[in-house]
Design a protein around this ligand. Structure first.
Ligand SMILES: [Zn+2]
Ligand SMILES: [Zn+2]
Length: 299
């Protein structure tokens, strides 16, 4: 990271009053989509509570972005402290960082195996990824690296159903089903801590009743696509997007019912339109506070 970016990040964090004053903050590690935008890494959001971090999704670059957040002062996102992750669904843009999340912290001496939560199929994906690195593991374990803290083949995978899926002294995590095209299981997550309620949509169409999860919640992180950009897409892609994702105006209507303290747009599909236009589209249907997130923003 350049020094200028580091300074602006630090300033941003200091200026972000909710994050500075509360015990819970939301760190946008990656706000991207499958589009290979060099400024937006794959989807990954961290909820940070009292020095612990909980990841939602692990798109490409998740470990590097966590390291950047640590460098900017968020110790809970130190690479070896990435111990809990919740997958919304198994689309590749949300899971391309899984091998990284399993292996890199292990090499860097994380103390415990990863605790991984998500839909059916996550166990199989994990097993295959670990198997794919068999040659690497053999060399690392027998080739002279200092002894590691645990067997990297061990990943504690929890395939979940909607409901409370995790609870510790800091947070209760509730998974809820969302509608994301033909995916048999796709989840959003609600994080309840002592001071804030955070709801993260994951990828979803507009009919998932997110308002039932965020009834005046503090922060709603929601995916979105631009209506102006959508208008220029080929019809076959329009049919796909309309089925799998939520338009700016649809999100405005959802937020009007959910009434979050702050609506955070992520996984923005803009397609040649602009972020300002996207925000205007949402605002045309919603009069609450809304921001369009960038990687490493903190709320
Ligand atoms: Zn996605
Ligand atoms: Zn998806």
């Amino acid at each position: 990271m350049t020094r200028a970016l580091l300074v602006s990040l630090t300033a941003l964090m200091a200026a972000s009053l909710p994050a500075a004053q509360s015990r819970t903050s939301v760190v946008m590690l990656g706000t991207g989509t499958p589009n290979a935008d060099p400024d937006r890494f794959g989807p990954a959001v961290a909820v940070v509570v009292d020095g612990a971090s909980y990841l939602v999704d692990f798109g490409v670059g998740v470990v590097r972005r966590a390291a950047a957040a640590e460098r900017a002062g968020i110790g809970a996102l130190g690479v070896t402290r990435l111990t809990h992750a919740f997958a919304t669904h198994l689309h590749s843009d949300h899971t391309l960082g899984l091998a990284d999340l399993i292996l890199t912290p292990w090499i860097l001496e994380r103390e415990t195996p990863l605790e991984l939560y998500g839909p059916r199929g996550l166990r199989k994906m994990t097993t295959h990824l670990v198997a794919a690195y068999a040659e690497d593991l053999k060399v690392r374990e027998t080739g002279g690296e200092p002894k590691h803290k645990y067997d990297p083949r061990v990943v504690h995978v929890h395939e979940i159903a909607p409901g409370v899926v995790f609870r510790d002294e800091r947070v209760t995590v509730t998974a809820f089903a969302v509608s994301h095209g033909i995916w048999p299981q796709a989840f959003g997550y609600r994080f309840q801590t002592s001071d804030r309620t955070i709801v993260i949509s994951g990828d979803t169409g507009p009919q998932s009743h997110i308002e039932d999860q965020c009834r005046r919640c503090d922060v709603l992180v929601h995916e979105v696509y631009s209506e102006a950009g959508f208008a220029g897409r080929p019809p076959e892609w329009q049919r796909y997007h309309a089925r799998y994702h939520t338009s700016s105006r649809e999100l405005g209507a959802i937020a009007s019912k959910a009434r979050p303290g702050l609506l955070v747009l992520y996984h923005q599909l803009i397609w040649g339109s602009t972020e300002d236009a996207l925000l205007e589209e949402v605002r045309s249907a919603y009069d609450g506070k809304v921001v369009s997130a960038h990687d490493l923003d903190v709320y």
